[in-house]
Design a protein around this ligand. Sequence first.
Ligand code: ADP
Length: 462
Amino acid sequence: MKYKLSLKLAVTYLFTTIFLIITMVVITNRTFEDKFKNYIKNLQQEKNEETVQIVSNYYKSVDGEWKDKDLEEIGINALEEGLIIKITDIEDNVIWDAMEHNSGMCVAMLTEMAINMKKYYADFDGEYTIVQYDIIVNQLKVAEIELGYYGPYYLTENDVDFLKAFNNIIILIGLIAIISSIIIGIIISKKITKDLTNTIDSTKEIAKGNYKYRIINNSDTIEIKELIDAVNNLAKKLEEQEQMRNKLTSDIAHEIRTPIATLQSHLEALKDKVWEISEERIISLYEEIVRISEIVDKLSDLENFEKGHTQLNKTKFNIKELIKAVILNFQKEALDKQITIDFEGDDLFIDADKNKLKQVLVNLISNSLKYTKDNGRLKIKLLNKKTKYEIKIKDNGIGIPKDNLPYIFDRFYKVDKSRNRGIPGSGIGLSIVKSIINLHGGEIDVESTLGKGTTFIIILPI
Ligand code: ADP
């Protein structure tokens, strides 16, 4: 069975709050009633003792001469308090018995008490209770008094009204709490599910290919906020990838179109005999074909690196020797441009793919030589930093503008094409370098100041 989240949330919330509110109402009610019963019992006890005191005081005031008139007054007063009194002297002679003198009133009072109690407690098991006290005057027992009442406690009409009012208030508070919790529950679940359904709708929009779509994130629920951020991020990544794909296609077309167009026009000129076939022309055509095939090779290398299809052929070798060998290969080029190349570094044996690292060094050093003017300087350092080693290639060439730095490792990315005029390059070299370094578990960084020079830093784990 599948349910809507809003329904699940609302029902769970509602059941929990209703359960809590009912428990609270029942506990409050029970506790209050127990306290109230105790209070009434204590009140009864006080009433009894007060009546005994009144009778003792009366005895003292008349010096033991009981008078029916006075006793009747005492008896009626006690009756109004719910007490039926019977006084006997020490010889067991009945001096006053409310049941005899005011039997009608006594019965009426007991009936009223029973009715009151039944009103509040339908199954109340009250009974007529009699307690006995001695009347003590000057430390001597002068009589005995029996106090009869409806016990163990009874509620007057006022008490019953009070208890009912209290119960009604508690029930009212409970009802208000339940209604407010229903409203709050509905609002909260609607709010949560609204954000979720918005996110679901947006993901459908993104899935249709509308990668520019972003969800406005103003949810105040942390998890939903994170979910929206994640979906927006995903859309951004998809958008970037699509842009990259489009750019890649147009870049490939552009890079290959130029040499093919040159080839085509030259071959047409030869076919139409506009040009004479000469060795020089054939070499030029051949060089164009080599250029195209180099670009295609580089692209296929790059694709293999990025897809992880390339296996590293790791061996242990002295990286210092490799750097020195690569520098030696560039000796002639450097000499032609009057560029000095310095190297600093100790022997360092590493476990890596020698050919691929050579390719990295060749790319970076040849770039430095390409983008450094005559009489420039190249400094190459090999540093052992215990957990990693670094190769720094620093030139004092034309530098790279700050805005271009984040993209120079992207495929086909060339900094301002006008400055590269006359300098051959397809913009793939640095992406290959980065892929090889990443395959070795390392990183490559670049620092550059326009007009001052560039430093590439290769960081490889030991
Ligand atoms: P390319 O094969 O065209 O040189 P790369 O991927 O090797 O392509 O380099 C990308 C861009 O980075 C180049 O077009 C160049 O403008 C810039 N670049 C690379 N190395 C340097 C450097 N040492 N100094 C200045 N610019 C550089």
